[in-house]
Ligand binder design. Structure first.
Ligand SMILES: Nc1ncnc2c1ncn2[C@@H]1O[C@H](COP(=O)(O)OP(=O)(O)O)[C@@H](O)[C@H]1O
Ligand SMILES: [Mg+2]
Length: 420
């Protein structure tokens, strides 16, 4: 049995240990500690042992100490040395070294059935049932942080997607066609589904286009960068150069959702000789480059899709051109609830009375009632409350942003430009 000799890891063993690491696994799961973490522990001289036979390394156990507890980072075995007690022998030697350093509790985390599982069980480690391993891989690398800061971007808070109320049709479309292929690229590719790289959201002002763009980034956990044409233009060499630079800088980011609001201002219909030609051309060129890399999404928003240059919307540049219309009843319900506080009001009545209202209209009506009620409280010296009728009276006087003409034009735009 003792055909091996177990000793402390030495730096010159590193190459052999790394080489054995990939052949040792018995599952197709990735290890809980990456090889780079294991190497980090070894280089920092945390306790680790190797088994040697005929001058060759055939097994290793790597620990990492944190105060009085330690992790077993890795137990790896040469495939020819499985099931011979070597794993247990390595583990027992590693445990001695950990105990000598004052460790009281040793923990290991392995995919089911991975090399080392039998050794742990045989060495008295108890498997904890009912434990789920949670993992979040941050999508922003340390190098990206600088680029992001330069571009004024950042990772939006989690949960924005959930906060987009109502809009079930739009949400489901964006979820299925945009978010899922981007968040599960391998599975999508396996089905021949190409992840989208660029989308246009169009619709009247205040319908939630910006909200959706940020929510997509939040849902993916990707950083969000908004490009402001006015800011790009003020950087010295004009808007076209500014756009080019911004897109080049974003090549450094592993993941990013880029947002250009009111894109019709940079991508308006070109006329021969007009100064916008260079800008549109630069943007079109940038989009082509942008599309070549995975892990990124460009979202352009516009209130006026018909003003966009024809070449801009041509196939191959944008995967989807999605209409975002006025908030539906459920979205208005959520908006009203946000503003009503604890006033006792028939919310459904307000929802029905505000069809065609944008969120800004709802906010304006709510603010008007709040101000009037506040003044009444001041005048009367008591705490007044608004009732449903107070709201309905104000709603009666607030003209909805969306006029019948705008709704008609939006329907036309959907027929002509939407690509879902
Ligand atoms: N579905 C929604 N649920 C809740 N709030 C919304 C929704 N859509 C828009 N809003 C709110 O309405 C306001 C205007 O939305 P915004 O995304 O800026 O519109 P747009 O970009 O289309 O002009 C924002 O304050 C946003 O929080
Ligand atoms: Mg907007």
């Amino acid at each position: 049995m003792d055909a091996w000799n177990i000793r402390d890891f030495e730096p010159e063993d590193l190459e052999a240990v790394v080489r054995m690491d990939s052949s040792s696994t018995t599952t197709n799961q990735s290890p809980l500690f990456a090889l780079s973490d294991v190497v980090g522990s070894l280089l920092n001289r945390h306790p680790a042992v190797v088994a040697v036979t005929d001058g060759r390394i055939v097994g290793t156990a790597v620990g990492r100490i944190d105060e009085d507890r330690a992790w077993v980072m890795r137990i790896s075995l040469d495939p020819g040395w499985r099931k011979r007690g070597l794993g247990s022998a390595l583990l027992s030697q590693l445990e001695h070294r950990l105990l000598a350093k004052g460790v009281r509790r040793v923990t290991a985390l392995l995919p089911d059935g991975e090399t080392g599982a039998a050794a742990l069980t045989n060495s008295g480690f108890a498997a904890r049932a009912g434990v789920t391993y949670y993992e979040k891989v941050e999508t922003v690398s340390p190098q990206s942080v600088e680029v992001l800061a330069l571009l004024g971007g950042g990772v939006p808070p989690a949960g924005l997607w959930r906060q987009v109320a109502g809009m079930a049709r739009e949400k489901s479309l964006i979820e299925r066609k945009i978010v899922l292929p981007l968040s599960q690229p391998e599975l999508a590719a396996d089905h021949g589904v190409a992840a989208p790289r660029a989308v246009v959201l169009f619709g009247p002002p205040g319908t939630g286009k910006t909200t959706f763009a940020r929510a997509i980034a939040s849902r993916l956990g990707w950083p969000f960068v908004e490009l402001f044409p006015s800011r790009l233009a003020s950087n010295g060499n004009g808007l076209a150069a500014g756009l080019g630079h911004a897109f080049t800088a974003m090549d450094e980011l592993e993941h990013v959702v880029v947002f250009i609001d009111e894109v019709e201002e940079v991508a308006a219909q070109r006329h021969p000789g007009s100064p916008s030609v260079g800008v549109v051309n630069e943007l079109l060129k940038s989009i082509v480059g942008f599309r070549e890399r995975a892990g990124r999404l460009l979202v352009c928003a516009t209130n006026s899709v018909r003003a966009l240059d024809d070449a801009f919307l041509r196939h191959g540049r944008f995967d989807y051109v999605l209409p975002i219309g006025a908030p539906d009843a459920e979205a208005r319900h959520a908006l009203w609830e946000r503003y009503l506080g604890n006033e006792k009001v028939d919310v459904s009545g307000l929802v029905d009375a505000t069809e065609g209202y944008t969120p800004a209209d709802v906010a304006h009506a709510a603010r008007t009632v709040a101000q009037a009620t506040f003044e009444r409280s001041v005048d009367s010296g008591g705490r007044c409350h608004a009732d449903t009728q107070d709201y309905l009276n104000v709603i009666d006087k607030v003209r909805p942003t969306l006029t019948p003409e705008m709704v008609r034009a939006f329907d036309e735009d959907i027929a002509t430009h939407a690509r879902t």
